[in-house]
Design a protein around this ligand. Structure first.
Ligand code: B12
Length: 370
């Protein structure tokens, strides 16, 4: 057995579904990444611009690195739907993949050290400085799609990536995987916010996933309606993709987090359980309490069920986070703007509001009532 086969066997035994190797060198599509940054498509994700050099050259992260071992792990394709409405991206249904794959990578690194692969090694899952999809495409794990996702012929877009930078120089596995988008434009056509500007180019500021996960500030009110029922992340560009429909059922692999079990969205704004405790081990911790409650308020406004009017009115007047008061105000105006109680509450809340920006937003929301 050669070194590559040996490595692949270790990766499979640790539990990874997909495996490949790319050289530890600048990724092929580095220029696209730079153009993307120049155009400001990273929105407020400043860390991408700050780490530009390291992202473009893995050897700045680990000078000894000679190979990027790219690993893929499939996840559930089951939609996550909350009782009464509200949706969560499938990748976030269960245990946080950063933790799960981080452990798997450490296990793989230990095995490789025991098997005499040249050290040292560095583990990367998502947040590390690497253009994961580019190295993965180069290593033959899939093809770059018009939605910017990496598609695997069997898993479609429903898998995560992780990497191990290692000092050993291995033969790259650049065997091309079959598949392409061809003439299909389903993702471009389906995106409700037109976030895909051209095939493969995503404007983060327009992406529901960015807005509901990464944006720490207010979500632009003109986007609220198109967020629909997505309270965390968005799968629309993946759902409409014809690839991956025959992927294995992996709904048990990461499980369903308790925070998403039998909890109608209406309860998310007034949770007696502390946020960290409620979302322990879940990717939903990322936007913090204010961000997640902001999203919940927006989605409740989009669902527009009368049962949420009370909770939105209380959020408008009493929520400790300005982001949530503001989102609740817009949702009330959108869903219950004809109701005099809502109009009065918006008037009172805007005159009592201490945060000048929120006050302006509440006045604007009040104007949209009737
Ligand atoms: C920042 C980020 C985001 C941002 C920006 C997304 C984006 N498209 O850039 C936001 C918050 C919006 C986001 C959303 C999502 N993300 Co994200 N994200 C990242 C992160 C941390 C960096 C991505 C990055 O560098 N973007 C910059 C762009 C320029 O690079 P790129 O997307 O890799 O694009 C390359 C190719 O598309 C190619 N390219 C560019 N233009 C064109 C044009 C053509 C025609 C072609 C062929 C190729 C091509 O060149 C680019 C440079 O290499 C990576 C992890 C990582 N470290 O890489 C995860 C990652 C890309 N995300 C992931 C996931 C799962 C998602 C979501 C599906 C989550 C969800 N359901 O809500 C969505 C998908 C949105 C989408 N359609 O891209 C997975 C993707 C797995 C996969 N199978 O593709 C990753 C790899 C995380 C992981 N470790 O698994 N994400």
């Amino acid at each position: 057995m050669d070194r590559l086969q040996e490595l692949e066997e270790h990766a499979r035994e640790v539990g990874f579904d997909l495996f490949g190797v790319a050289p530890a060198a600048p990724p092929r599509e580095g220029a696209r990444f730079e153009a993307w940054l120049e155009a400001g498509h990273h929105a407020d994700m400043d860390w991408l611009a700050r780490n530009r050099d390291r992202i473009l050259d893995p050897r700045l992260t680990l000078p000894e690195a000679r190979s990027v071992v790219v690993l893929g792990l499939g996840h559930s394709r089951e939609p996550v739907e909350l009782p009464g409405g509200g949706r969560v991206a499938r990748y976030a249904a269960g245990r946080d993949y950063h933790n799960v794959m981080g452990r798997m990578l450490r296990k793989l690194a230990r095995r490789l050290a025991d098997a005499g692969f040249t050290g040292p090694a560095r583990q990367i899952v998502d947040a590390g400085p690497l253009l994961e999809r580019s190295h993965a495409a180069q290593a033959g794990l899939g093809f770059q799609s018009k939605a910017a996702n990496l598609l695997h012929p069997e898993f479609g877009p429903w898998f995560f990536l992780a990497e191990l930078l290692i000092a050993e120089e291995l033969e790259p596995t650049n065997a091309p995987t079959y598949g392409s988008c061809g003439t299909c434009t389903a993702c471009l056509d389906a995106c409700p916010t037109d976030a895909l500007l051209q095939p493969g180019v995503l404007d983060s500021a327009r992406c529901i996933s960015y807005q509901t996960i990464e944006n720490k500030g207010p979500i632009p009110p003109e986007m609220h309606e198109s967020i629909g029922e997505w309270v965390f992340g968005c799968d629309i560009c993946s759902e409409v993709c014809p690839w991956g429909n025959d992927a294995p059922d992996l709904s048990e692999r990461f499980g369903l987090h308790d925070a998403l079990r039998d909890r109608p969205l209406i309860t998310w704004l007034e949770d007696p359980v502390p946020f960290k405790e409620r979302y322990q081990g879940s990717p939903l911790q990322r936007p913090k309490r204010a961000g997640l409650a902001r999203n919940a308020a927006i989605v409740l406004g989009n669902i527009g069920d009368s049962s949420s009017q009370g909770v939105l009115l209380r959020a408008l007047s009493f929520d400790p986070d300005a982001l949530v008061r503001e989102a609740a105000g817009h949702s009330l105006a959108r869903a219950f703007g004809e109701d005099v109680e809502t109009q009065r509450a918006l008037e009172e809340a805007s005159s009592a509001e201490q945060d000048a920006r929120v006050q302006r937003e509440l006045l604007a929301a009040r104007e949209h009532c009737d």
